[in-house]
Design a protein. Structure first.
Length: 502
């Protein structure tokens, strides 16, 4: 039994499903061509939540995934992250190398997306195979919901800064009340897309991608015109300090792709026969290309202006006529990324066991994110908060992503969607008391290893011994993968192709 209350699904009795019109000659009604399945789906709120998507409801092509991930990654947070790398003391060449290396983790996001068409269920359900029915509820509460809400808040805070500046340009005096109103309006626009659901996302994100690409092309021309391509800080880093900064920067950039352990949420409607290479390729490219470009623009801009105040700095080099359009583009990009985040967080709430419609669970996410955003803007420092939170989440996201990818490889991407939605004690995924011990132990070991090596909000003992070099990302992922592979070895026969993997 799935923990979801489905939204109403229009059927053929719905007048919108098969409209009629009067024939001009006889006046007799005649049917007109019904809207295509994607058009019908986009015109109504998505009915499916964490339940299994039957083959009859599958649709789309893998290339559509490119626009979904591209629109979500042309955003203010990526621009800030690129600028932060230069602010921490890296040369431009070092910063660009970190940006490319960190964004290579989008390949893992593509691998995780494979499980969507195979199972017809979202990531929040597929991971029951790793942690068990009960164990997965804990996983979804922390990795699926809490971290998603944190990312929603960080992106919302960054967009609110841009939108507040836009409001000021319109002659409205700044203040806490204005900031709060701006946050609520942006969140509301975001949640409209998230509530409408999967088909609306697929339909809207191509035009959003094109608009954002045009806007950032203008930004790129301005940045390249002012950037110092041979930039080196006055006192270049060396030795341990350099390695520590490179490791921290890698964790910061990699936190973006690693935060999307939910990529199957957006591929699960694809037919099960969809090309695996196409799913991986379009997902990975959709995240990698715009992330590298936008992060690089942030790094290049930091060689010419003060990116500790990115909005003011960028305005000083952008054409005057374009400033307002740029601010609007930043807001639009954040709406795109947060709509995906809120959508997945809503599914996570259902997977935790909350008996609520998906369309309502998304609103809960929005309320929590708005509260965190107001704290980030009115109480804390945005840049410090962003850097600390993104680096710290790697402690959880690295091991959980590695485990998910490992499970896909061990099972040869064979997942039984209907069986995964069974939460009863008789479920194949109930395991021992509702917990799959190999998955739970491997995640615990991976997180513990990462925590020992982290150097962000606090310094772990391994990081301290290495002079501040943060190895939490590779340590957590390698330990989690290794433990899971070893602990599942006795079950290897059950994971071979042709067997009914449980």
């Amino acid at each position: 039994m799935a923990s979801t209350i489905p939204d109403p699904v229009p059927g053929r009795h719905d007048p919108a499903y098969a409209p009629v019109e009067a024939a001009p000659a006889t006046g007799a009604p005649r049917p007109v061509e019904a809207p295509s399945a994607p058009e019908r789906a986009a015109a109504r709120i998505e009915a499916h939540g964490i339940d299994h998507i039957p083959d009859a409801d599958r649709r789309g092509r893998p290339r559509e995934l490119f626009a979904v991930w591209a629109a979500a990654n042309v955003n203010y947070l990526s621009l800030l992250a690129g600028g932060v790398l230069v602010l921490t003391g890296l040369t431009l060449a070092q910063a660009l190398a970190v940006i490319v290396a960190g964004n290579l983790f989008w390949l893992l996001t593509g691998v995780l997306a494979l499980s969507g068409p195979a199972s017809g269920t979202p990531s929040e359900v597929i991971t029951r195979a790793i942690y068990g029915v009960r164990g997965n509820r804990v996983n979804n509460a922390v990795v699926g919901w809490a971290i998603s809400v944190c990312y929603f808040a960080l992106n919302l805070a960054a967009a609110a800064s841009a939108a507040t500046a836009l409001v000021e340009r319109a002659g409205i005096a700044p203040g806490d009340g204005v900031t709060a109103a701006v946050v609520v309006v942006i969140a509301a626009l975001t949640l409209v897309i998230s509530v409408w659901g999967h088909a609306a996302i697929m339909k809207l994100y191509l035009p959003i991608t094109l608009v954002l690409a045009l806007a950032f092309a203008v930004v790129a021309l301005s940045v390249f015109g002012h950037a110092d391509l041979s930039y080196r800080p006055a006192e270049p880093l060396g030795g341990t300090a350099l390695w520590a900064t490179l490791a921290a920067g890698l964790a910061l950039i990699a936190s973006g792709p690693l935060s999307y352990t939910t990529s199957a949420d957006f591929s699960r409607y694809l037919p099960r026969t969809t090309s695996k290479r196409a799913v991986v390729g379009w997902t990975a490219l959709g995240g990698f290309v715009p992330s590298v470009v936008v992060c690089s623009l942030g790094a290049l801009a930091a060689t010419a202006v003060d990116m500790s105040d990115p909005q003011t700095g960028l305005e000083s080099i952008l054409p005057g006529w374009f400033t307002s359009a740029f601010l609007l583009a930043l807001v639009l990009g954040t709406i795109a990324i947060n709509a995906l985040t809120a959508y997945s967080a809503g599914l996570a709430l259902q997977a935790v066991g909350l008996r609520i419609r998906r369309s309502y669970s998304v609103l809960v996410d929005g309320a929590a994110a708005v509260s965190l955003t107001l704290y980030a803007l009115l109480v804390s420092d945005l840049l410090d908060t962003m850097s600390d939170v993104l680096q710290l989440t790697v402690v959880l996201l690295g091991p959980s992503t590695a485990l998910y990818a490992t499970d896909i490889l061990l099972r040869r991407n064979r997942y039984d969607g209907p069986a995964l939605t069974d939460e009863s004690r008789g479920s194949r995924f109930w395991y021992t008391g509702g917990v799959h011990l190999p998955g739970a132990l491997a995640l615990t070991a991976g997180v513990a290893a990462a925590a020992l090596c982290v150097d962000t909000v606090y310094t772990g003992p391994v990081a301290a011994a290495l002079g501040g070099v943060d190895l939490s990302l590779p340590a957590g992922m390698l330990v989690a993968c290794g433990c899971y592979a070893l602990l599942t070895r006795p079950r290897r026969d059950a994971l071979r192709p042709g067997r009914d993997a449980a």
